[in-house]
Ligand binder design. Structure first.
Ligand code: SF4
Length: 336
């Protein structure tokens, strides 16, 4: 399914004369790991190591492993560049997946009825076909709009769990969005960032569904409850991740100062991955503030036993930001 772009990987390794390479694969690609390692090793003679840790996004480059293993190159699959250049070069491979555009458009048409203009959005895996989807829609009389790539979403129509700039860019010109991809994670972010309905076309199982703003009522209620409980709390644990694209120590220190000024007691917890077993024993913190991936607080992690706020939500608690201004463009803030 995935375009592994082995030729590009092999020629980059050869061109660099790299002898030690770290391969980072998202969970869905790990079943191809042995095939990748042996093909690259046979073609280049380089020692290829597999990262066994998380690979949630290009925010999650395993630079600490790369340094420890003394590699010349990191090959990172499944994402586009998110952080600036690091001291070990990184080759980003999109791991594109071709989909049947005709079938997808046919299946989607009934749900698009009644909307004049549709914004198109997808993840890096399908973004190479977004123009083709637009053309097929035009043939069927549907006007599609694609927001230009920018910043952490460099490709036209691309979205991330924490960045919806491409859909926000066309918000004023569309009535709804068509999201191409599986799951609710990304389309939920589109609705939160724009307030517009999202038609979700899953190219893997052919399902077409819709998410509208009222479907997010549960999330909104949970977030409001977390904010309101936090207003009464005294001790705040501010989480800082060591992942290169999620690390916001400066922001955490700034928040610690503001919390102290507000009469609260802040402590900074520094860690790689936020897991219940890592944070729950810090029992004195009544509230956790997550400066890492904003989706961890919004979507929740099962097992965390107290409220967790995003940075923006803490600003609501401190009175420097209004909740009603936040729901929309700025709820999902990328960490860089
Ligand atoms: S910060 Fe979170 S949502 Fe953004 S790319 Fe990383 S894992 Fe994905």
């Amino acid at each position: 399914m995935y375009d592994l772009e082995l030729e590009r990987v092999i020629s980059k390794i050869s061109e660099m004369d790299a002898t030690r390479v770290l391969l980072q694969l998202p969970d869905g690609m790990r079943p191809f790991a042995v095939q990748l390692v042996s093909t690259i090793n046979k073609a280049t003679r380089a020692s290829v190591f597999l990262s066994g840790d998380s690979c949630y996004g290009a925010c999650d480059i395993d630079i600490i492993q790369a340094r420890a293993l003394n590699v010349d190159l990191i090959v990172h699959y499944g994402h586009t560049q998110y952080v600036g250049d690091l001291d070990v070069p990184v080759l980003y491979i999109h791991a594109s997946i071709d989909i049947d555009v005709d079938r997808l458009v046919e299946a989607t048409l009934p749900e698009l009825e009644g909307y004049n203009r549709i914004g198109l959005a997808t993840t890096v895996q399908h973004v190479h076909q977004v123009d083709e989807i637009k053309e097929k829609l035009a043939e069927k009389g549907v006007d599609g709009l694609i927001g230009g790539g920018t910043g952490v979403t460099p490709l036209d129509g691309q979205i991330l769990g924490c960045s919806y700039r491409t859909v926000i860019a066309v918000k004023g010109d569309v009535d709804a969005y068509l999201y191409v991809g599986g799951g609710k994670f990304h389309p939920t972010g589109i609705v939160m960032s724009t307030g517009k309905p999202v038609i979700v076309a899953n190219p893997y199982n052919g399902d077409v569904s819709m998410i509208i703003e009222s479907d997010l009522m549960d999330i909104a209620k949970r977030r409001m409850a977390a904010i309101s409980v936090s207003k009464e709390a005294t001790v705040f644990g501010i989480i800082v991740s060591s992942k290169p694209g999620q690390s916001r120590l400066g922001k955490a220190e700034e928040l610690a100062v503001k919390l102290t000024e507000a009469g609260k007691i802040p402590v900074i917890l520094y860690m790689d991955e936020i897991r219940p077993e890592h944070v729950n024993n810090y029992t004195e913190s009544e509230v956790l503030v997550n400066t890492a991936c904003p989706r961890i607080a919004i979507d929740g992690i099962s097992g965390i036993d107290r409220p967790m706020l995003t940075v923006n939500e803490l600003e609501v608690v401190l009175g420097t930001r209004k909740w009603e201004d936040m729901w929309g463009d700025s709820y999902m803030e990328s960490t860089v």
